[in-house]
Design a protein around this ligand. Structure first.
Ligand code: ZN
Length: 158
């Protein structure tokens, strides 16, 4: 059975110690994904290893914040506007049958939102997808990813 306890260093992680998302801010493409867009409050990356074309994460970019409720109302509004702008771009470019927005942070507690497109051949239609159905061991070829990222970028604000 899986170990379901929170890690020993959870409080430190939540406070931002050794946060991988803080480290990745402003660094462009990385092992997780290709940089699509930097907005006023968030960075958007298109995942390299996903079964779902268009799967992006939107990451809060002004320092370490674990909980969206810790943003002030103006920051929160701006963050969600950018999450929705990313979702709108994914809708237009990839035409999924549904989009799911997951703001979890149970592994990496830095505010980020997974924008998960759902497709007609979806293995979990009508319910949430398991991570195994989102992630892929094989990366999407770089040229395809960069073409897709450019398509998304063209539908996001300058
Ligand atoms: Zn962080």
């Amino acid at each position: 059975m899986a170990d379901r306890r929170w890690p020993e260093d959870w409080a430190e992680r939540k406070a931002g110690r050794n946060c991988p998302l803080c480290r990745a801010l402003g660094q462009g493409d990385n092992d997780f994904g290709v940089a699509v867009f930097t907005g006023d409050s968030a960075e958007v990356r298109l995942a390299r290893r996903s079964r779902l074309p268009g799967y992006c994460i939107v990451v809060w970019r002004h320092g370490h914040v674990a909980e969206p409720a810790d943003l002030d109302p103006g920051q929160a509004c701006q963050y969600w506007q950018e999450v929705l702008a990313a979702g709108r771009a994914v809708q237009v470019v990839f035409q999924p049958v549904k989009l799911n927005y997951l703001t979890l942070g149970n592994g990496v507690p830095h505010l980020h939102t997974h924008v998960v497109p759902r497709y007609p051949d979806d293995p979990a239609a009508g319910g949430p997808l398991a991570w195994e159905d989102i992630d892929s061991p094989e990366p999407v070829p770089d040229a395809d990813l960069h073409r897709q990222a450019a398509g998304l970028r063209a539908r996001l604000p300058d």
